[in-house]
Design a binder for this molecule. Sequence first.
Ligand code: COA
Length: 334
Amino acid sequence: MKKAVFSGMGMYIPETIVTNKQLEVLMDTSDEWITERTGIKERHKVKPGEGTAAVALPAAVMALANAKMAKEDIQLIIFSTIAGDFLAPGSGAILNEMLGVPGTPAVDIRQACSGFIFGMSMAKAYIQSGLYERILLVTAEVQSVALQMSTEGRDTAALFGDGAAAVVIIAEDGHKDSAGIGSIALHSDGRYAEDLSIQIPTTRETPFLSEQMIKDRRHWVVMNGRNVFKHAITKFPAVINEVMALEGITKDQVKLVIPHQANLRISEAVAKKMDLPMHSVVYSNIHKYGNTTSASIPIALFEAVQEGKVKKGDLIVMAAFGAGFSWGAAIYKW
Ligand code: COA
């Protein structure tokens, strides 16, 4: 059977740091409040004019270099972002131009925080179908431009950060237990679509963007934080248990759980519910980057590997929950 295997990873974090102390100047908040409720100490933001594909590019170039693969050998780009450079076309096409690979197909996915898990499922399916053998999965998020840097927007301004990560995924001959992407479980529930959303431009209105909409402050990220929290702490454990059952493994066999870095309190609640040790098994780097939406899992995986926390043969569980609501989990054997 064909296995979908990570052959190189890359990440990119924009240089500019925004600390909790800096937010204190812009809005009614405190380092203490943000640290206690979210675990976040700082996040990064793009330079003015640096769009989503520009953030993706260095991560993609690094992943290709680490995979020792020429960009021309990539057969498909899967680009995950919640906010692309343009409403249309997708940022995959823009990255295609920046990378200089005209003709290479590029598909965008908008599964928000679960984008990496959904993207892995697509890469795995393409590889197992035999359609492609070398895929670049890119996650890139520029969220700072959609955050309201005032007391009104303090719930989201404190949470989200910019960043990108990329993985080259290749086909290798293997069997169920060899290295690569294992079982995946995916879910969406659109009943909660408005609980975490950016609602304009909207095809429900003509024109789909107007001065009035901006005056009404409808262009910012909106979040029902309590509802997101409530669903996240039940869906994360459920989908992790689901994917382990699909794979036929128990939690004792899992070396590392990499949850989407939504909020440290969510990760801690999940660890507690599942009786998993927070520091040794459940990975967290949210203090440095905030919530980088679909880029958070591959950034965390990249850093976990750099820190020597992942060794050949280890079983990793990656799990995400976010806007949609969409959620999912994947097993990866390193
Ligand atoms: N600084 C200070 N106060 C803040 C704040 C901030 N950055 N953000 C919100 N508050 C305030 C609220 O305005 C509210 O004030 P009020 O009582 O005067 O109305 C108060 O804190 C309590 O709000 P509440 O929503 O009850 O706080 P909370 O304990 O639920 O924490 C979140 C707020 C956003 C941290 C929390 O709901 C959360 O983590 N939700 C999940 C968000 C998430 O992970 N999103 C991404 C998913 S991918």
